[in-house]
Design a protein around this ligand. Structure first.
Ligand code: PMV
Length: 322
């Protein structure tokens, strides 16, 4: 782009096979492969302008100046794209709660990677873009693509990329995100990843990941909801077991998180197609089928502690907008 500016939109994703822990913390090379669904309806829109008269990067998120911590993380990320050492003006807006397990870092760094690389005049392949987005936030590599997306842990940075495994219209699953606390989480995933190795359970979780990943791929291929439900809840429970047994321990769940987990399992035992999965926060992603969506939504809304329910389908990857 000759005016050194670009705007990109990206969506968060929900991991069915979670990434937790880094092999290389600086490059954010994950300790294990992961697989997620890119969500539709939830979006981050980011504009990057490289300008001649800025003394430092100027970053606003939802109209507010970025915190010092976010500023430092984004400045480090932008150093990959600097045009003749120019600083950037960045405006980022998300239409969903930030930092509470709705994966705003995934949509944020995916949109930023696309907008910044385009503004800098780089023409990256989607795979190269996923490698760059990963350096901002591991899960952001997956939001470069739509549908079901796998992130390879890889042996080095170039081989730690994401790719689509099923397109967005392959199986129209619905994600009902039960919000129990909309605030920013107390311990972010960057710190959390660094603690993963302190758990004696992490090595067992990683060793068993290839088997769970194959089970998810097979369940997706055959549209086998029950098989998908069992392996995804197992994967989420394994990640939270690692978090809870780290030193210091990380307990992201609120009482309402557990209420919803138990209710979801009760609903499924009665024949409802629904399962839970939880990222690094207290909110609960309840995955279901379109035909059951409104029924499950009203069941979840009635549970004590549910403040709100966000609804998402399966969406597209990061893209530029005029
Ligand atoms: O991309 P990060 O560093 O925010 O890590 C994501 C970690 C989880 O959301 C908990 C799991 C995942 O694979 O998305």
């Amino acid at each position: 782009m000759n005016d050194r500016s670009a705007t990109a939109i990206a969506s968060p994703n929900i991991a069915l096979i979670k990434y937790w822990g880094n092999r290389d913390a600086n490059l954010r090379i994950p300790a294990n492969d992961s697989l997620s669904l890119t969500l539709s309806g939830l979006e981050t829109k980011t504009t990057v302008r490289f300008l001649p008269d800025l003394e430092r990067d100027s970053i606003t998120i939802n109209g507010q100046p970025a915190s010092e911590q976010t500023q430092a993380r984004m400045e480090g990320f932008l150093s990959h794209f600097r045009v003749s050492s120019l600083h950037a003006q960045i405006e980022s807006e998300s239409n969903f709660p930030i930092g509470a397990g709705a994966a705003s870092s995934a949509s944020g760094f995916s949109a930023l990677a696309l907008a910044a690389s385009t503004a800098a005049g780089l023409q990256l392949t989607p795979r190269e873009l996923s490698v760059l987005a990963r350096m901002g936030s591991g899960s952001a590599a997956r939001s470069v693509f739509g549908g079901a997306v796998r992130l390879y842990a890889g042996a080095n940075s170039e081989s730690s990329f994401a790719e689509q495994v099923f397109p967005s219209d392959y199986w129209p699953l619905v994600d009902l995100i039960a919000i129990v606390n909309p605030d920013h989480k107390s311990v972010g995933s960057t710190r959390g990843h660094a603690l993963a190795e302190t758990s004696p359970l992490q090595s067992a979780r990683i060793a068993d990941t290839p088997s769970r990943l194959q089970r998810v791929l097979k369940a997706l291929e055959f549209h086998d909801f029950e098989a998908l439900a069992e392996v995804c809840e197992l994967d989420s429970n394994l990640m939270h077991a690692v978090m809870q047994t780290s030193t210091p321990p990380l307990l992201y769940w609120a009482p309402a998180t557990v209420t919803i987990m138990q209710a979801v399992r009760r609903f499924r035992a009665k024949g409802e197609p629904v399962f839970y999965t939880i990222d690094a926060g207290p909110n609960v992603h309840c995955l279901t089928l379109p035909e059951a969506g409104s029924r499950i939504r009203s069941l979840i809304e009635q549970l004590p502690g549910t403040i709100d329910v966000l609804e998402a389908g399966i969406g597209e990857g990061a893209h530029l907008v005029p």
